[in-house]
Every structure is written in structure tokens, then in C-alpha cells.
Ligand binder design. Sequence first.
Ligand code: DC
Length: 335
Amino acid sequence: MVVIRGATTIERDEKEEIQAAVKELLDKITLSNRIEKSEILSIVFSSTSDIHAYYPAKAAREAGYESSSLFSAMEPEIDGGLPLCIRVMLFLEKNILPKHIYLRGARVLRKDVAEKFNVAIDGPAGSGKSTVAKALAHDYKILYLDTGAMYRACALAAMQACASLDSEEEVARMAETLSLDVEYRDGVQHTLLFGKDVSEEIREPSVSMAASTVSKYPSIRAKMVEKQREIAAKMSCVLDGRDIGSVVLPAAEFKFFLTASPDVRAKRRFDELKAKGHDVNFDDLKKEIQARDLQDSTREFSPLKVAEDAVVIDTSCLSVQEVLAEIKRKIQEKI
Ligand code: DC
């Protein structure tokens, strides 16, 4: 007897989605394992407790798997579990080496059998990329790497070392002895400079422009890009930045570029900083964002740029949830 495992996720708890997801999963399992429907003795489904619209077993019968004995059960609600997920176990009376199939969001459940994948989300300041990247990584249960935080930490180190930011030589000299690490605690990125957690400090508005300045320097970029590639090579992750799709990971499986009007972006930064208790002026912030846009997109070395194969989303009139849904839809279309 052989058991084949599989899982998939749906976007909404709707009958048609469940039917399509079950059919896709079972068809991929049979195709990849080169088995006939009639060779399957039994198929057991379990679905997370947020799925009510339809029985996966019924969907399987409708998809032509009627010769197997079919069964569906509901899983207990587990804190932090992958939402809207359907798991399956197929029993065969045949001796094959089983190929387990994990599709869509469920790929993250079995990193050993699912392929590793990277999602690149680039865009200018305030385009919403970090909020969306964080939420996406959370939903897919994969790592979120905020690459801007690395340039910010670099800028902070240069400022603390009293290096002249306009001198590539001085900044590069400082970077030779730089100890910069990213760590994850409860899924949240912490940026460490010489072992000290500077995650809050690097968000100060004074660091933003400095980060944009030091990120112009090829020697700094080379160091950061190497670190980013190292992390992305090891595991599935969502990376946000300016050059992820174009330079850091040109072979990333999924690439997005988020934009928004300068007013909307300045308003987002304004609200974000106000909520953190910073005393900020909207017009100053807008000017700073525009100056940063200009510096980031006109620098010689790896400027902010839309990768040729990136999906561009204007987030000006969209909520975080809407952007997230659009990104997931595009990812699922491509998987
Ligand atoms: O995304 P952020 O605002 O935290 O980024 C701060 C600065 O770092 C940004 O103005 C440009 C630079 N940066 C970069 O050049 N490349 C990246 N991949 C990320 C950020």
C-alpha cells in the first residue's frame, strides 16, 4: 500500500473555488504519480475549520474520482495555522515511490517537497510594499526580508561613526568593519548593528534620506546584495526593496512593482510616523519622498526600476487587503 499526500489552499470559502481546487490537486497528483483514477482505493480529505461552503469529497466525486471511497473531515482550529487549506491523503494498492503535491499557499507546509520560491516586491517609499510584503509572508508562512532596513542600518552606522555621507570612500571604510545582522523573533525581523537591536532607530526620518544616499554606493550595495542573496537562496521568502526583481534576484519566481501617487505615499508615511508619536510636517515629508525618489531612481548603480517581468500595481486607490488579494491571485495564476 502507498500513501500520497497533498494540500492546497483557496482564496474564498466558495463552492466553485473548492471544486476547482480539489480537481486541480487530484489531477496534479494523478498526473505526477502516473496513476489512473481507478487505481486509487480511497481518498481522505481534511479541511481547515474556515471552510464550510462544500465537501471536498463531493468535489472529488464530481471531478471523476467516483470509484474510490471518499471521506472529508474538518480539522481543529489551530492558532497561526494556514487558513483556507484542504489536505488530502490518497491510498493506493500499488508499489510506487509517491510524489507528494503541495499547491498554492500550501507549498509552504512542506518546504521539503514543495519547491522553494522567492517573491520580489519593489517600489518607491510609501508605495505600501513593506505592509503588503509582511502580510504576504505571514499568510504563506515564509520569511519576510526588509532590505531597506539593511541600507538604513548601514546609514545609521555611518552617521554614528560621523562619516561624511557624501563621501563614498568614508562610508565604504566604515562598512569594512560593519557588523550587520538580521534576526527573526516570532516572525518579526530585527536589525542588529554590532549586536544592538536598531529596528526602531532606523525608522527615524533623518535615517531615511541617509539610507538613500549610502545606497548609491556600489561597494555598499555589493555587500548588502550578497547578504540578501544568501538569505533568499536558503528559503522561500518575500523581499521588498528597490532592485530585488531587477538585480538582487532576477530569477525570482514572482515579481511585483508597487507604485502610488506622491501625495498618497506622503500621506501614508505621515500617518505611520504620526501614529508612532513623531512630530512631522506633511509638506516636508512629501519633499523628502520626492527627493528620495529622484535619488533612488537616477543613481548609476542598480537604480529603482521596474523589472521587465514584474507585475505593476498602482496602490493609490487600493486597500492593503485589495493589493494582497491581487498579488495572491497573480501568484496562484502562475503556480
Ligand atoms: O524601503 P526603505 O524606505 O526602508 O529604504 C530606505 C532606502 O534604502 C531607500 O531610499 C533606498 C534604499 N534601498 C535600496 O537602494 N535598495 C533596496 N533594495 C532597499 C532600499
